[in-house]
Design a protein around this ligand. Structure first.
Ligand SMILES: Nc1ncnc2c1ncn2[C@@H]1O[C@H](COP(=O)(O)OP(=O)(O)OP(=O)(O)O)[C@@H](O)[C@H]1O
Ligand SMILES: [Mg+2]
Length: 268
């Protein structure tokens, strides 16, 4: 039975889909049998970074409705025989039943070591669907204050839905934009285990455009980093530097929003 992990964030555009594609690829490169499920119903874009868009015939809603078999909805990656992908519907009117989606995901999970679910942005039904189907969660954030505040909110919401403590990936960590926080400050605010840091990287943008996950090339900096994150996931390890800080009791949103409101931020 697979470990079913939801990749989520709160704020949109922070890199959930990029992380799902590359973490999945990295896990497969480590020899794990992996299935990636796009749960961003209505928008559907995990097929792009994987380069599988031209091969979509059915989606998970077709399988849930009995219109196709599992073998028809499951696309096997041609580069890695142990990496599979299941798309979701791209039409906007879709709202799947969370219980049924969870059952289907757990049925699929029987054949894999890892199932990664790419969650939609926000905290609406789509997010709840994705989280409800998972046993573990990875939160993706950028150093941007809004992204961190949203991540904090999501961590709070998930505490009622997933028993396992969530893990953190900081993406675009060296984003030169204004209003960004240092890694250490992010750890102090969110206070969950850090499993990896990915920098802002033009090579990632190029790889997404080409549909070739950067994790396939460990010679590239981000490829190496994604492989390292996969290693941390498999070994249940965290980034050691911050391990002491994550042991502190979480003092969540209140202190963060207070800091924002009173201008007492942890900013650099
Ligand atoms: N580390 C990075 N360096 C440079 N570009 C990145 C990086 N991570 C992601 N991107 C780019 O940022 C954009 C948003 O990434 P992505 O689609 O993965 O975010 P998302 O969180 O899934 O978005 P949404 O909430 O809309 O689903 C994409 O164009 C992607 O190529
Ligand atoms: Mg996405």
């Amino acid at each position: 039975m697979a470990r079913v992990i939801c990749i989520t964030s709160g704020k949109g555009g922070v890199g959930k889909t990029t992380v799902t594609a590359n973490l999945g690829t990295s896990l497969a490169c480590l020899g794990q049998k992996v299935c990636l499920i796009d749960a961003d119903f209505g928008l559907r874009n995990l097929d792009f970074p994987l380069g599988l868009s031209s091969r979509l015939n059915y989606d998970i809603s077709d399988f849930m409705a009995g219109r196709c078999g599992l073998h028809q909805v499951t696309i096997q990656d041609k580069r890695l025989s142990n990496l599979s992908f299941i798309s979701c519907s791209g039409s906007a009117d879709h709202d799947e039943d969370p219980g049924l989606f969870r059952d289907v995901v757990h049925f699929i999970a029987q054949d894999y070591d890892y199932v990664l679910i790419d969650s939609p942005a926000g905290i609406e039904n789509g997010f709840r669907n994705a989280v409800y189907a998972a046993d573990e969660a990875i939160i993706v954030t950028t150093p941007n204050r809004t992204a961190i505040q949203d991540a904090d909110r999501v961590i709070g919401l998930m505490s009622d839905m997933i028993d396992a403590p969530p893990q953190l990936i900081v993406n675009m960590a060296d984003d030169p934009a204004d209003r960004v926080l240092k890694l250490e400050d992010i750890m102090n605010i969110l206070n969950i285990g850090l499993i990896g840091v990915i920098h802002m990287d033009m090579d990632i943008m190029r790889s997404v455009a080409k549909g070739i996950p950067i994790a396939l090339d460990p010679e590239l900096e981000s490829g190496r980093r994604f492989r390292h994150i996969a290693h941390n996931v498999v070994q249940n390890e965290q980034e050691y530097v911050f391990a002491e800080k994550t042991k502190k009791k979480r003092n969540r949103l209140f202190s963060f929003s207070k800091g924002l409101r009173w201008g007492q931020s942890n900013s650099v």
